[in-house]
Design a protein around this ligand. Structure first.
Ligand SMILES: Cc1cc2nc3c(=O)[nH]c(=O)nc-3n(C[C@H](O)[C@H](O)[C@H](O)COP(=O)(O)OP(=O)(O)OC[C@H]3O[C@@H](n4cnc5c(N)ncnc54)[C@H](O)[C@@H]3O)c2cc1C
Length: 422
């Protein structure tokens, strides 16, 4: 449904208002609209934007997109077979793990294209998507959130709704207005990226440099990536864990610069010819933002800190949390019983709660140079060890079969029972 109302006009009424038209917001809107509910998405950007991202869709993200009827390869996405891990002189090519429910490949697709197609899918399913509409504050009636005040070209407008979904990304100013906060004891990531022209833009491997060196040559708890986009460019960036002992001394933009110098010859890039100005972003990880719900609202995607604590990937988690949120909202709208929303945090915890806890614990240990260095050396010695690490980092453990990854994960899970809730 396309909205034809002039900005500043009469208030809109809808079953569900979704604040934010990124992957999490578009997913929740599509699932709900398919069930016949009235959904309105407000997105502050006027046109498709290029969100700072590595543009990599893991097999899990590809699988979530297919559930929405979107195949990113059909949209011009570039297929990637796995991850080439680098550390020091060592180099290992690790294919995406085989998993009975997930594709055996990832896809690289620029975020402006992905987000635009996701919003189109929401519209085709019957949702109303309003671009250039920024939610500035919640409408609260008798203590319940019932919509949002908007700014449209500087003019006020209102949307009244029975329920609100907070999907406004990592900064989540709307969510914070409702009382969400990040747990400051839990890790976050600091990431930055840019694009370069490269003759190797069409190759089939994502490259990940584990523990890139800091200014003194010591490995950082994090990684540098080069992601071939398949259109003549590569997306390269660095991510550092907040648990890294010397994190305060890390200048992410300088780190990106020295990383670009380091990969220049290998990838045939001109390090100073950046195609996009890089900035530094904070990525909340491992479910670190809460609460995840209120009596009439749910929080999804980066606004809930949903990104993977092992690698900072968050598109799959954004799509998944959008799907779960739609499930409980559908039930609440159908039965008229809004206490159903209380199921959402439990569903999230069942899906990824334990995984997040193991990830947060791992991040805490890898922040210590005395643990990081020998771990990297040991892991890089064997294809099988790296295969297991990629399986865990991509959350591709199997339930029916057990290999090295499943055994290591079971051990880590047992350890987390005795660890504090980091
Ligand atoms: C440098 C970097 C690299 C990354 N690389 C990867 C990667 O390769 N693969 C991966 O899976 N993940 C990656 N991530 C994480 C991924 O980008 C996020 O997890 C994902 O975008 C989360 O989706 P979302 O819908 O929750 O939030 P977002 O994508 O941030 O979408 C939120 C939307 O809400 C809109 N909005 C915000 N406030 C308002 C408001 N008040 N009113 C209306 N609209 C509003 C925004 O304009 C935006 O469109 C990376 C992150 C960073 C920072």
């Amino acid at each position: 449904m396309t909205d034809t109302t002039e900005p500043g006009a009469a208030p809109l009424h809808t079953d569900v208002l979704v604040v934010g038209g990124g992957p999490s917001g578009a997913a929740v809107a599509t699932w709900l609209a398919r069930e016949g509910h009235t959904v309105t998405v407000v997105e502050k950007r006027k046109v498709a934007r290029h969100k700072a991202c590595g543009d990599a869709l893991t097999p899990r993200a590809v699988s979530e997109l297919r559930k929405l009827g979107i195949d990113p390869v059909d949209l011009g996405g570039h297929i990637v077979a796995g991850v080439r891990m680098l550390h020091g002189e060592r180099e290992l090519e690790v294919p995406w793990p085989k998993h009975p429910d997930l594709p055996d490949h990832g896809v690289v697709l620029r975020r402006d294209l992905l987000d635009e197609h996701l919003r189109q899918r929401a519209t085709q399913s019957g949702a109303t998507v309003l671009m250039g509409h920024e939610a500035t504050s919640p409408i609260v009636e008798r203590g319940f959130v019932r919509g949002a005040n908007l700014s449209v070209d500087g003019k006020p407008r209102q949307v009244h709704s029975r329920f609100v979904v907070v999907a406004d990304g990592a900064n989540s100013s709307f969510g914070r207005g409702l009382g969400t906060t990040r747990d400051h004891n839990w890790p976050y990531g600091i990431a930055t990226r840019s694009y370069w022209s490269s003759p190797r833009s069409s190759e089939a491997w994502i490259e990940s440099t584990l523990g890139p060196p800091d200014a003194n040559g010591n490995p950082i708890a994090g990684y540098g990536w080069v992601i071939p986009v398949g259109d003549g460019t590569v997306n390269a960036g660095v991510a550092v864990l907040s648990t890294y002992r010397d994190v305060r001394g890390v200048n992410a933009l300088k780190l990106l610069d020295s990383f670009a110098q380091g990969i220049a010859h290998r990838w045939g890039i001109e390090p100073n010819a950046l195609l996009k100005a890089p900035s530094r972003f904070r990525v909340p990880l491992g479910g670190s933002v809460g609460p995840k719900m209120g009596p009439t609202f749910l929080v999804v995607g980066d606004a809930s800190g949903a990104a993977n604590p092992f690698n900072g990937d968050g598109v799959d988690a954004a799509l998944m949390s959008g799907r779960l949120a739609a499930d409980v909202l559908h039930e609440a709208l159908t039965t008229g019983n809004s206490t159903t929303l209380q199921r959402y945090p439990t569903m999230l915890a069942e899906a990824v709660g334990q995984y997040h806890k193991v990830g947060r614990l791992t991040a805490r240990f890898l922040g210590r140079p005395g643990i990081l260095r020998p771990t990297l050396k040991l892991a890089m010695r064997s294809d099988r060890a790296m295969g297991a690490i990629l399986r865990i980092a991509a959350n591709e453990m199997r339930t029916e079969q057990s290999g090295g990854a499943e055994r290591a994960y079971a051990l880590a899970t047992a350890i987390t029972r005795f660890a504090p809730n980091w």
